[in-house]
Design a protein around this ligand. Structure first.
Ligand code: ATP
Ligand code: MG
Length: 262
């Protein structure tokens, strides 16, 4: 497998580093062919928000963590892109939240499920992983795309479906699940359909959510409920769009030609 040889001094080091992770995941059979396309779309939106966690995302993460801590049966869904970028961070977040992990794929093949399982087990060989033998189906989705684990997403009250297809997000909402997504594109169907949308790169979002989970786990139920009830996803999405618009306007005014940093 190709080594990552870009020097740390490269101005786009991290972007290239994560692209390499995507390439590696492709070679390991973790990623579907569409995986790199989704990654590229995410990168484009990351440029627009400024490649940092913006305030509306922080607000969404706080509400998401509060909801997950209140949940009876929280589940984090893992797909190929998630396993490629944040395998260790996904396990850490699941542990901090006391949440189940389910491998759940849009383009499900048994080989990919096994490759993802193997990747996650590198970080914790004993971790409980659902979605290996799913026996239930999300109503309204055709066969492979709809498979879910009886003990996981099927039973869940709160599910996190990061980097997810919009149609599946909508089907989960229609099932009555409380759906949280992480999606850099605030205009995607997933972003628009979810109950809570974290518009941030999962690379930044998952470690931050783990921090928040550790910080908030001793909050009372009342405090957590207050955070969830005070949260407005429509406003958050609007604030993300406004952030992008303002940022582009400022950049246009300041000028970007031959500017090293944005
Ligand atoms: P939709 O079906 O929801 O309208 P889509 O077809 O663009 O949107 P998919 O390709 O099904 O979405 O899912 C991938 C989504 O994940 C995209 O919206 C993309 O912007 C986002 N994404 C990709 N990489 C990341 C990342 N590292 N962090 C957060 N979001 C990401
Ligand atoms: Mg889609």
């Amino acid at each position: 497998m190709g080594e990552f040889r870009v020097p740390k001094s490269h101005p786009r080091y991290w972007s290239l580093y994560y692209r390499h992770k995507i390439e590696e995941a492709m070679e390991k059979g973790i990623l579907a062919k569409a995986g790199p396309i989704a990654h590229g779309r995410g990168e484009a939106f990351d440029y627009l928000i400024g490649e940092k966690t913006i305030e509306p995302a922080e607000r969404a993460m706080r509400a998401a963590v509060a909801k997950l801590l209140l949940a009876k049966h929280p589940v984090l869904s893992v797909n190929g892109n998630v396993a490629a970028l944040v395998p260790k961070e996904t396990i850490e977040l699941a542990k901090a939240l006391n949440s189940k992990l389910e491998i759940n794929l849009f383009y499900r093949t048994e080989e990919r499920v096994r490759a993802i399982e193997e990747e996650l087990r590198k970080y914790d060989p004993d971790i409980e992983l659902l979605g290996i033998n799913p026996t239930r189906r999300i109503p309204g989705l055709e066969h492979e795309r709809g498979k879910v684990d009886e003990e996981g997403i099927w039973k869940a009250d709160v599910v996190v479906v990061p980097l997810e297809d919009g149609d599946r997000t909508e089907a989960l909402v229609a099932m009555g699940k409380f759906v949280i997504t992480i999606d850099l594109n605030p205009l995607s169907r997933s972003a628009r359909m979810a109950d809570i949308t974290v518009v941030d790169n999962i690379i930044r979002a998952y470690p931050r959510m783990t921090e928040l989970a550790r910080e908030m786990k001793d909050h009372s139920r009342e405090e957590l409920l207050k955070i969830v009830e005070g949260y407005d996803n429509g406003k958050t999405l609007g604030d993300v769009l406004t952030h992008m618009k303002n940022r582009l306007e400022e950049l246009a005014k300041e000028g970007i030609w031959r500017r090293a940093e944005l």
